[in-house]
Design a protein around this ligand. Sequence first.
Ligand code: B12
Length: 231
Amino acid sequence: MIARAGSVDSIAAALLANGLILRGGFNFAPGEAPTTGATGGPARSVLLVGQAGAAPWPHFLRWRERQPQTIANPLDSWSRQVIGDVAQAFGARAVSPSDKPYLPFQQWAMRAEGLKQSPLGILMHPQYGLWHAYRGALLFEEEIALPEAREAIHLCDACVEKPCLKSCPVDAYSREGFAYQSCLAHVRGANGGPCRDGGCLDRNACPYGTAYRYPPEGQAFHMASFSRAAN
Ligand code: B12
């Protein structure tokens, strides 16, 4: 067990100072953890770190003003720094969703918060809708006392119209998965302005969690990095 009483609350408070939140966690079964903790021993537990809506955005922008403008993936760098500091203070190892080989963040998230995938592949949250993300995780070599996550209400089950599958000009999301080459070509192309400036049209068509929708400049930032990184 993480020995110090209130550690999880202290971790949550340290993250909140940067607009980040704990997104649940769980204990790995013996031999199950795909990676190690801070001292190289097997990880026994994981706490997921992420965001609801755009809460970290102003913190990130303030940090970015002080950085060279040439950083390749500034949001990843900021996340690694902030979550890395918290990890060090609490004896954890910080990992990022962008670390390769990719760690199964979405599977972890489903288990930690009882979430399911929306038709877009992004996880649907009962409060935040599609407007949430994972910025890192803290791996501990000890177990954590956490309540077992219960399955969350999956709003997509009750959504008959599924506007998220009807707004993309190139039908990039379908039951066959995400046609990301089509998405990329459109986003980069002459008619991709609305996606580039305001974000994914399918994601924005979702009627849930709209109070958490990222502001257009945040969505444009993510779309620009998607457009640069994917190939
Ligand atoms: C590679 C990747 C992509 C690739 C997908 C290529 C492909 N078809 O495989 C590309 C570049 C296309 C992509 C795009 C996006 N992605 Co992405 N992506 C990842 C990443 C880094 C690795 C996925 C992986 O292979 N994991 C390894 C396996 C073992 O883990 P897993 O949990 O089992 O993975 C599941 C998911 O990857 C999912 N999945 C498979 N294909 C796709 C495609 C999309 C678009 C999504 C969202 C999920 C998804 O199914 C897997 C099986 O359960 C994850 C972070 C991570 N470490 O998981 C983010 C992640 C899945 N992406 C995320 C998001 C939000 C997006 C975007 C919607 C927004 C953005 N960041 O620009 C875009 C979509 C573009 C758009 N039109 O808006 C989020 C989802 C958060 C959530 N709320 O659920 C994640 C978790 C990153 C994060 N920081 O939170 N992504």
